[in-house]
Every structure is written in C-alpha cells, then in structure tokens.
Design a protein around this ligand. Structure first.
Ligand code: AMP
Ligand code: GLY
Length: 417
C-alpha cells in the first residue's frame, strides 16, 4: 500500500523507520523537514493546515493510508477532511481529538462515565478559578484547558502560587489554551504512560512507557515535551494493565462511541498509580514523543495492516499487537537553552559511530546544511537502544550518546533511574 506520514519529529522518524520495514508497503511519502525521515520516504511538500492540498496529494499519488503523528493536525480536523474524501486515516477526527484538545471535555467525560480521575472543577475565568481553590487542598493543580505543548500544567504548593498561575493563564501566557481553566486535586503516586489502539469500537493495549518531562537531572527545572523515556513501564504490572483496560480505556472508547465521536488511532493515557488504583491524569490522542520511538523498536508485528485495519474500523480482523520482552531506553539530546530558547544551528557529527554500537538514532529537530547535519529545534536527537534487560539498554543508550559529537547539545544523565 501507499502511505502518507504526517509530521516531522522524532516520533515520525521512528514511525517511518518501522513503516519502511513493512512487507505491505509500496511507497512511503512523508511531509518534509526531517533529514532522517527524508532517507526513508519520498517527499510530500505539503502545508498540513491546507487540507485540500493534502487530499489532492493523496488522490494524485494513490495513497491508501494517511498516518497522522502530531496532535495539532488532529485537533485541526485533518482526519475529518481525509475521511470525508474517502481516504483512510489513522488518527482521530476533530471531535474525538478533544480528548487531548480540551482537558475540561475529558474530565466531564470521566465524570459522566465513572472513569477514575482526580476531582476537578472547570472554570471560565480567574474569579471562578480562585473561588474553586477553596474546595481543594494543597498542592493544587492548575491546568490550561487547551493545547499548550505539554507545558500548560502548574502544580501550586501554596495559595499564592495557585492564584499567580491562574492570573498568568487567564492573562494569556498559554494563548487561547488558557481561556478556560481546570482546577484539580493533586494525586500522589507513580506515573506511567499506557497506550491503546482503537478503531472506534475495538481496542487493544499498545505498550507502556515512562517518560521524564522535566528538563533537568533529578526532575528539576521546567516541563518539556519529554527528555527521555523507557519501555515497558515496569510498575505497570499485568494486573494493573488489566485494571487500566477495564476501568479506563474500554469505558473511554465506549463513551466516545456513544457520544457520537468514535476514537480511531492511538489513545495515550497518562496515569497515576495511586493507592486506590490507577487513575487518569490526562489523555493524548496520538503516540507519545519520545515514547513512540521505544514502542516502534519493541513492536514485533507489521505496523501497516494494524493501522490500516484500525483506520477502516476493522481492528478485530487483526490479532492483538505483540511487543518484545526487550527493554528500550531513549535519551533526548536537546539544544542548549531548551525549552525556553534553544540554540539553533549547532553541528552534529558521528551519529554513525553511535549506530555502530547498536543504538538507533532518531532525528527530531535537525536540518541539513549542505552535507552537515545541524540542530534546528529544541529536542534534536533521540538516541535509542534495546536489550534483554533494562540496565544493558540504558548503558547502551548512554554509550551511544557519548559517541555523538554535538557540542551545543545537552541531555539528562538520569533517564530511567
Ligand atoms: P499533563 O500535561 O496533564 O500530563 O500534566 C503534566 C504533568 O503534571 C503530569 O505528567 C503530572 O506529573 C502532573 N500532573 C497533572 N495532573 C496532576 C494531578 N492531578 N495530580 C498530580 N500530578 C499531576
Ligand atoms: N512525551 C510526552 C508526550 O508526547 O506528550
């Protein structure tokens, strides 16, 4: 089949790497901008907000399946436009992507369908949000309702900090995302990411991971898109996984169908493993970045029949996806200054040396300057390794990082600890 991959990050480089190995693939096209993906796919020079151009490209190139990586085009309704033109798309439509696009939407859904999550209140302005603080203890969690690149959540340790966060959000620190606010109870426990694949009705588990969101060692500094991750998330035992499926994932898929917004794609649940059992922190409507990089290395099945069946609403014709028992670790090499003001343009060498050791280096924010690879964004490389046990995978990932010559980069030294 012919496939169009949308997105230019490390997640999409990993998807392209996996798709390129599929016996079902004829031609892979991918949106341009990532030199790593460019080695694996034919260029599709598209502006993805121009849905008509994407649809026309698919028709002209006989694309059988479009795989949408990032959240922005999903929330923007690219899935709807493709399906309206009878093109199979892997990724939810706009209504279902609200699971990620609006925290308030998800919390209300959880309340209506009895899905375990933190107690909350939706607030339309600063006054309401400040009044809501009376109903919560400390720390308290303040969230911008809309998409904020993983940065729209403040955990306030004091009433003053909570009020400051509310003022900043409603004053526009997260743009339109902060026009509505969710005030939420702070949950104590261990975090884990759980992925599931759904065709709108059927749903299978799709692996687990744990990521490290803070920029600095020892979980210090501001939140980022993720500085590294490991998979599987060992705290998520088979027993807890079953509880997550029964109490959180399956009820969500059923609820979305019942609400007339069936969810097609990868449902990514951020979980808190609390004393009372697993609870939902939030949903994303896509694969995690960099968690996807790990799942692609561990996925044993051909990805295309699976994604195609889900896009067609026929996931039941495929067996549940299988993941190897190997452990995978990825370390993000980021540009100095990330997340606030990453230094662009630093040159990167010796990726081949890292790969000779047995690691796989996925590119995120990179560009080619003539023959030389340069940094072109915050998160630059995802240095990824697998092994039979976690310790060896971690050691290999860090050996590979040390082999790469990227003087303007930095990375966390404690991924997986
Ligand atoms: P989110 O963007 O919703 O995943 O939130 C970012 C991070 O904030 C999460 O990964 C958690 O570490 C933390 N967080 C969000 N909501 C809560 C909560 N209700 N209780 C405790 N921590 C939370
Ligand atoms: N790594 C976190 C995310 O993809 O949202």
């Amino acid at each position: 089949m012919n496939v169009l991959l949308i997105g230019t990050g490390g997640r999409e480089h990993a998807l392209a790497w996996k798709i390129a190995q599929s016996p079902s693939l004829d031609t892979l096209y991918a949106t341009t901008g990532n030199p790593g993906i460019a080695k694996l796919a034919k260029p599709a020079d598209l502006i993805v907000t121009d849905h008509k151009a994407v649809v026309d490209f698919c028709k002209n190139h006989k694309v059988d399946l479009v795989i949408i990586g990032p959240e922005a085009p999903l929330v923007d309704g690219l899935g709807d436009s493709l399906r309206a033109a009878d093109i199979a798309a892997f990724g939810p439509d706009k209504a279902a992507a609200q699971l990620e696009g609006s925290k308030g939407f998800t919390k209300d859904l959880c309340a209506r369908y009895d899905i375990p999550t933190a107690r909350y209140q939706r607030c339309r302005n600063a006054l309401e949000a400040k009044a809501a603080l009376n109903d919560f203890g400390l720390p308290v969690v303040i969230k911008a309702d809309g998409l904020a690149g993983g940065k729209g959540v403040i955990i306030a340790e004091s009433r003053t900090a909570a009020e400051t966060a509310i003022d900043e959000m409603t004053a526009g620190s997260f743009g339109k995302a902060g026009l509505e606010i969710v005030v939420e109870e702070f949950m104590q426990g261990e975090e884990a990411s759980f992925f599931a694949i759904s065709d709108g009705q059927n749903v299978y588990p799709f692996g687990t991971a744990r990521d490290h969101k803070r920029v600095g060692d020892g979980d210090t500094g501001p939140n980022t898109g993720g500085m590294g991750a490991y998979s599987p998330a060992t705290r998520l035992t088979a027993d807890i996984e079953q509880q997550v499926m029964q109490r959180i994932i399956v009820p969500t898929v059923q609820a979305m169908k019942q609400e007339g917004a069936p969810f097609i794609g990868i449902l990514y649940a951020g979980l808190m493993l609390t004393k009372e059992g697993p609870k939902l922190i939030e949903y994303n409507a896509r694969l995690g970045d960099p968690e996807c990089q790990l799942l692609m290395l561990r996925l044993e099945d051909d990805i295309l029949p699976l994604f195609y069946a889900a896009a067609q609403g026929q996931l039941e014709i495929q067996p549940a996806p299988r993941f190897s028992s190997d452990h995978a670790v990825t370390v993000v090499m980021a540009a100095k200054g990330y997340p606030a003001s990453p230094v662009k343009g630093g040159s990167i060498q010796k990726i081949e040396d890292a790969e000779k050791l047995g690691a796989i280096v996925f590119q995120a924010g990179t560009k080619l300057d003539g023959e030389i690879l340069k940094a072109n964004g915050g998160r630059v490389l995802n240095v990824t390794a697998t092994a039979k046990d976690f310790k060896s995978a971690r050691a290999l990932a860090y050996q590979a990082v040390a082999a790469i010559d990227y003087p303007d980069g930095f990375w966390r030294k404690d991924i997986g600890l």
